[in-house]
Design a protein around this ligand. Structure first.
Ligand code: SAM
Length: 237
């Protein structure tokens, strides 16, 4: 990968712009222009969500990782599958709404299938009870994938399988984070899944501005949720 001529301040401005977008079409068009610099830029931001989520999932799936079928929702350029592959997982399907991000993911030759779709506004184009694990990393936030996707993540997961979700806990994502947690907990109360891991990470990624941190830190926190789908569960609205 060539050296990144961009500075942390350039990247902070770019990511802040994404976080401020409210229309999904704008967000996806933006990713279509950002795709080439995405991986270099998120490295400058010390974005470790793909690594942290993959390690957490691997912890709860110690056996037969090479047999497991994994769905990477909002897969972007493929950073999550690349991390999971290092941990012994081999079978990946990916979904994303950005054509260009998907093209980069395709070039990694890690995914068996990749599909373009808008996530969260309608059902995922996938059969129920299919995946051993479903991940969505770095995309559950304001202006990206709405919390309405959560029942769909559950639907496509096999009974006994795992759903791994991440979100940021910066100031401007607090409302979204609360809504997400409410959806997750309501499904838990209904017995659709059980909590396996809820882990807050203090240094999730570098903040895009001083206004995004509550303490005197250059990083914002984030959270990883892993839930296990109950055997025989069906989502009831
Ligand atoms: C920050 S990137 C994360 C990509 C990857 N999971 C990672 O951690 O590097 C967010 C990705 O979500 C996709 N995305 C955001 N909102 C979406 C939506 N509603 N439907 C489809 N894709 C979406 C973008 O195209 C982008 O590739």
């Amino acid at each position: 990968m060539a050296d990144n001529p961009r500075t942390l301040a350039d990247v902070q401005r770019t990511v802040l712009a994404v976080h401020k977008m409210s229309a999904i079409k704008c967000t996806l068009s933006f990713y279509d222009t950002w795709y080439e610099l995405y991986e270099q830029d998120v490295k400058l931001l010390d974005y470790r969500a793909p690594l942290l989520a993959s390690m957490s999932l691997a912890d709860v799936m110690p056996e037969d990782r090479d047999q497991a079928l994994i769905l990477d929702v909002a897969c972007g350029t493929g950073l999550v599958a690349m991390q999971l592959q290092k941990l012994g997982f081999c079978n990946f399907h990916g979904l994303d709404g950005s054509e260009r991000m998907l093209q980069l993911a395709e070039s990694k030759s890690v995914y068996q299938t990749l599909q373009k779709c808008i996530i969260g506004t309608e059902s995922l184009p996938l059969s129920s009870d299919t995946y051993d694990a479903v991940l969505i990393v770095g995309a559950l936030s304001e202006g990206q994938v709405p919390c309405t996707v959560v029942p769909e993540l559950h639907r496509v997961t096999k009974p006994g399988g795992f759903v791994c979700m991440t979100t940021r806990i910066n100031v401007s994502n607090q409302l979204y984070k609360s809504q997400l947690q409410a959806v997750i907990e309501k499904m838990e109360q209904k017995g659709l899944w059980v909590k396996v891991i809820v882990q807050e990470i203090e240094q999730w990624e570098k903040a895009t501005s001083v206004h995004e941190t509550e303490q005197d830190s250059t990083y914002i926190p984030g959270v990883i949720y892993i839930y296990q789908k109950s055997k025989g569960s069906e989502f009831k609205k």
